[in-house]
Design a protein around this ligand. Structure first.
Ligand code: ATP
Ligand code: MG
Length: 391
């Protein structure tokens, strides 16, 4: 039997909500684990995962690496609450450190069961001594050790090393739902992840302009949704064919305004879809001044016709930070595949930089896009991406 100890993140701070958060975190972990046979136990704010023989541990660890709402996790030994056994277990972990080439260590100890004969200072000293006697090639380094051995004397004795950092954030499903405008670019998947990491369950909508954008472009978005869906316990991606809308904008509006008007149409359509799904906000990957359509004036134009709040978690981030996050969550490599975005259909050489919302509204009305948007919406294609269960 292999056991893991999981340290929940911020949810322990949530006072009265704690039980509900724990329940959701447990449900999410169960969904990620699927039918591995692992059993979750919750004891005093800690989660433990017990895996019977033959459990696919790489699958379990992959689940822990995708679980939002935890501060860290480690494979732990559970041993008798008996000083001799605890110290021997410390030595075993010291041996693992040595085998991995980690030559310096320190011991951290916590004791909530005060009946255990050694206090935390005693555990640290005696554990260190036992390790140095058995493994003279190791050395103690309390400031910058290569490995930390953790001892916790609680309802049972837990000894572990090699704690891995969790994703932190809040468990998905604790903060309502949002509709992500997901393009094939670098930014919007990261924006979706950031909102999911605050506990939001997300749906996605992609506006496709076939044949101006290829089927590869659509599949790329689908792949991104699958990657995101691993963190969000499944995600619905709605693909909406937007070619007729785009063509009407191209043929009926001043060229300099086309990008802004297209974004307005996307927002209107996304909002309609969001209302059907009971999503309470729209989410985009906009970042201030990154491109011409993302000046504050143009952002005002783009959202001037939506009622739902538009969340833009990347608004103040530099591109290199966004790329770094995209790499960390695994979307970046897919994002940079060379398939065109639907906006290549028109990229005006001299776009409006500081649009006036009143003028944007007048131009938008004159295009009378309502029916086209409604019929595009009626023909949307929905795919479930990521894990099959949805919260
Ligand atoms: P991204 O990297 O997310 O594509 P971007 O820097 O290319 O963003 P824009 O092309 O101006 O910026 O798009 C701004 C935002 O509008 C995107 O982050 C995304 O949320 C949304 N968006 C753009 N194109 C589409 C599309 N075809 N389908 C769905 N949403 C889109
Ligand atoms: Mg883009």
């Amino acid at each position: 039997m292999v056991s893991y100890l999981i340290k929940p993140g911020e949810l322990v701070l949530k006072g009265g909500n704690r039980a509900a958060f724990e329940r959701i975190l447990k449900r999410n972990l169960n969904a990620l684990l699927g039918d591995t046979g692992a059993r979750i136990e919750i004891a005093r704010g800690r989660f433990y995962l017990h895996c019977p023989e033959n459990t696919a541990l790489d699958h379990v660890e992959d689940a822990l690496d995708h679980l939002l709402g935890i501060a860290g996790w480690a494979r732990t030994r559970i041993c008798e609450k008996e000083p001799r056994v605890v110290l021997e277990t410390c030595v075993e972990i010291g041996r693992e450190f040595r085998d991995r080439g980690l030559r310096t260590f320190k011991i951290e100890a916590r004791r909530t069961d005060k009946s255990f004969p050694l206090d935390s200072y005693g555990i640290r000293c005696q554990g260190g001594k036992a390790i140095l006697e058995a493994l003279p090639e190791l050395a103690v380094d309390v400031h910058t050790p290569r490995g930390i051995i953790e001892v916790e004397i609680r309802e049972r004795a837990y000894v572990y090393g090699m704690e891995k950092k969790g994703l932190r954030g809040l468990p998905v499903g604790t903060a309502g739902r949002g509709m992500l405008l997901l393009s094939g670019g670098i930014d919007s998947p990261v924006a979706g992840y950031l909102m999911a990491s605050r506990g939001m369950h997300i749906d996605g909508v992609y506006f496709h302009a076939y044949p101006y954008t290829s089927d590869e472009a659509r599949r790329k978005v689908l792949d991104l949704a699958r990657i995101l869906g691993r963190y969000t316990l499944g995600m619905r991606l709605y693909t909406v064919g937007f070619t007729p809308v785009q063509l009407r904008i191209r043929d009926g509006a001043p060229e300099a305004w086309t990008t802004i008007l297209l974004r307005m149409a996307m927002m209107e359509c996304a909002e309609k879809l969001a209302k059907k799904r009971h999503d309470r906000c729209l989410i985009t990957g906009e970042s201030l001044s990154q491109v011409a359509s993302q000046t504050i004036e143009n952002i005002s134009c783009i959202q001037s016709r939506t009622v739902l709040p538009v969340l833009r978690p990347l608004i103040g981030m530099d591109k290199d930070r966004i790329i770094h996050l995209g790499e960390a969550i695994g979307t970046y490599r897919t994002s940079i595949l060379p398939y065109e975005d639907c906006c290549v259909l028109f990229s005006p050489p001299h776009p409006v930089l500081r649009g006036d919302p009143a003028e944007a509204g007048r131009l938008y009305e004159s295009l009378a896009l309502g029916d086209l948007i409604d019929s595009a919406l009626r023909e949307n294609v929905m795919e479930r991406c990521g894990y099959p269960q949805e919260p």
